[in-house]
Design a protein around this ligand. Structure first.
Ligand code: FES
Length: 173
């Protein structure tokens, strides 16, 4: 029969930081039996818990799944859905797929960077907006297009961006 100390130890997180989110991550890893084939599902759960995949989290997952850290980094950097740095509350995705590219996606991105004062991959100082690009957001008929959460804005041009930032982006800040 377990004594009180053993009972407490069994629920305390195994991560030395004492961050309880690692205990939740442990549950997810246990759910997948620490199978390396479940790496993407586990990374997804970790990103939901921590907001992003920091180096300590990636090392922890690699250790638990007995995978090389470089392999875990490789997966994280391959998929757009994962981020190694904290993101803002809302993600602005500028589509750089073929249809949008030929209709000036780069110019949209340049103008957004200028208006927001951040570069692609960065987050505004108030942590509300992050700027990214994507391969195709599924709105090719509206190219060039950008997405913010579930909202898609199409047929944009660089000269529409200042007004777009003043009007539409206000909904998110
Ligand atoms: S290429 Fe931009 S929405 Fe498809």
């Amino acid at each position: 029969m377990m004594n009180e100390t053993q009972t407490i130890q069994s629920v305390v997180t195994t991560h030395p930081s004492g961050d309880a989110r690692f205990a939740s991550l442990d549950e997810t890893i246990a759910h997948y039996h620490a199978e390396p084939t479940a790496l993407i599902q586990i990374l997804h759960a970790a990103q939901q818990l921590f907001g992003y995949l920091g180096a300590d989290v990636l090392r922890y997952i690699a250790g638990k799944l007995k995978l090389p850290v470089a392999q875990v980094y490789g997966v994280v950097t391959f998929y757009h859905l994962f981020t190694l740095v904290p993101r803002g509350k809302h993600q602005i995705m500028v589509c750089r797929g073929t249809a949008c590219h030929v209709r000036g996606a780069q110019l949209l991105l340049d103008r957004l960077q200028q208006e927001l004062g951040i570069k692609e991959g960065e987050t505004t100082k108030d942590n509300l907006l992050s700027l990214h690009s994507a391969r195709c957001i599924g709105a090719c008929a509206m190219a060039p297009a950008i997405a913010i959460g579930d909202d898609v804005y199409g047929k944009l041009s660089p000269d529409k961006i200042p007004k777009f930032c003043q009007k539409e982006l206000k909904k998110y800040v």
